[in-house]
Write a protein that binds this ligand. Structure first.
Ligand code: SF4
Length: 494
């Protein structure tokens, strides 16, 4: 059997950008490293795929002995079909230089049916194209396919006891949608084969396609001529407008002609403060904001997690729920800072939220303002807790009523410096106001990682040192609220 030229994933790459397909085939070393977060998503997808096999139990597995021996799967699949196996996992077909593996192939009384599993919560156009290339290879390999479906996560499912996979997954036929795109498939395949045969990298410039539908993994190479801070970082500027500027040769802030390009007031502040290296500080509004705060002052931050396959009862797939908080307390001006924290146990399999809510109520006391950074998030999570634990609604509501948002002075641009780079996220505000305080020395540097690691620990998949990682999680969250205290102190010096 000839070596395949295209796989399902390179076909999808080609649909996004032919240069990406070419680079993948000929210059794989230029590919960006896979970020840990993305790898965690891939791993989760793998677990979802394995679980979905239970929808059709008792099948045979056509997986190859190694990733590099994918053609083994084609032979195994043929063999299984000849032997009359009705359920085949990782069934793989090759036709016209294209190889495509399918998660589950089933033969029932109507004939053969194909099922591709996705860990997302709906069917996207990419999945239909994905299914089309599978349909193409399967049917042309001589299988009379009666239906092809996407199996995806039902995010309305609420776990109670053991996972009910019939409820967790939704099966949706994409047969008709596949028939619509299928007439284009043979030409697309021939075109991509031509692209791969070329001697030179296709001359394709960067554009909105670099992030649509996926973030391309050759951005490090193709975007190397774009400085770290450029017109592409102008806050809330429409992506088409960014590329319009780029096409006009306007990349750095220095190249912007303010007589020609119009921006909204926040964008203008970002551009002019960068060009002139000036801070913008509205002392009056900041002072009014600070005067409205009442001691004792609490500085509170939550960490949340969610997973495709729910771990705890009364949670839905991907539902974000709290597992950790840090709380610094300033009883009065210049008093010693107190610190409290909560991090759920992962070894007991107990819902993290009940311990969280009980301790939070105790730690928050009865009076004083509770400062958070981005009030919508903490308020939303507290309201979620009320719906799960209505018996604590009075106490939780009292916490909600005391919340105040430390993000406001930055969101309103009462305080803006060029170092904030158009953002009012605490990750940009902190280095601008308190340059000595940094997350860089921490093992866990951002919330996404904290969330992923806790989810792995809770589901028993974590391979690292549990005790050390708990300390890392605590250190990360503690710095979040300590950063808020420091930001508050800077504002007060004004
Ligand atoms: S970064 Fe953009 S231009 Fe470069 S290969 Fe990827 S999609 Fe194509």
């Amino acid at each position: 059997m000839e070596k395949p030229i295209l796989s399902k994933s390179t076909f999808i790459k080609g649909l996004q950008c032919e240069k990406s397909l070419y680079l993948y085939k000929h210059h794989y070393n230029l590919k960006d490293e896979t970020p840990a977060q993305l790898q965690a998503i891939f791993n989760q997808g793998h677990r979802v795929g394995e679980l979905a096999q239970d929808l059709f139990p008792g099948g045979v597995d056509a997986s190859p002995s190694s990733y590099y021996k994918i053609q083994e799967s084609v032979f195994k699949t043929v063999d299984f079909i000849q032997k009359g196996e009705p359920i085949i996992y990782e069934a793989t077909f090759q036709f016209n230089g294209v190889i495509a593996a399918l998660d589950i192939l089933v033969k029932d009384e109507d004939g053969w049916k194909a099922y591709e599993v996705k860990s997302s919560t709906s069917v996207s156009d990419v999945y239909v194209n994905d299914a089309a290339i599978q349909y193409y290879t399967i049917v042309n390999s001589g299988i009379d396919l009666k239906d092809i479906s996407i199996v995806y996560i039902n995010n309305q499912y609420i776990k109670q006891g053991n996972i009910d996979i019939e409820e967790l997954f939704t099966i949706e036929s994409v047969y008709d949608r596949v028939q619509e795109v299928l007439p284009k498939t043979p030409n697309q395949i021939e075109r991509f084969k031509e692209v791969i045969k070329e001697d030179e990298v296709p001359d394709i410039d960067i554009g909105p396609h670099c992030s649509k539908p996926y973030d391309c993994d050759f951005k490090g190479y193709c975007w190397s001529h774009i400085p770290d801070y450029s017109v592409f970082n102008i806050s809330r500027l429409n992506v088409n407008k960014k590329f319009e500027l780029y096409q006009q040769g306007v990349i750095s802030f220095e190249e912007i002609d303010l007589n020609v390009t119009s921006f909204n007031s926040n964008q203008l502040l970002q551009v002019t403060s960068e060009l002139n290296s000036v801070k913008h500080i509205d002392k009056k509004n900041i002072s009014t904001f600070l005067e409205g705060l009442n001691y004792p002052l609490y500085f509170l931050d939550f960490e949340t997690m969610g997973s495709a396959i729910p771990i705890y009862d009364n949670t839905r797939p991907y539902q974000q729920f709290v597992f950790q908080y840090s709380l610094h307390i300033l009883q009065q001006e210049n008093s010693v800072l107190d610190h409290f924290e909560y991090l759920a146990e992962t070894k007991t399999n107990q819902d993290p939220r009940i311990g969280f809510v009980k301790q939070l109520i105790t730690d928050c006391g009865n009076s004083g303002d509770i400062l958070v950074y981005n009030i919508g998030f903490e308020r939303g999570k507290l309201n979620d807790l009320i719906s799960v634990y209505p018996q604590y609604s009075i106490e939780i509501n009292s916490i909600i009523n005391r919340l105040k948002d430390l993000m406001i002075p930055f969101q309103q641009r009462w305080y803006y410096t060029p170092e904030m780079k158009g953002s009012y996220s605490i990750k940009y505000v902190l280095p601008a106001l308190v340059p000595d305080l940094s997350y860089q020395d921490l093992e866990i540097k951002e919330g996404g990682t904290a969330s992923t690691i806790f989810a792995q620990m809770a589901s028993g998949d974590y391979k690292g040192d549990y005790e050390k990682t708990r300390q890392d999680l605590l250190a990360y969250c503690k710095l979040d609220t300590y950063a808020m205290v420091k930001i508050y102190e800077v504002l007060k010096t004004l």
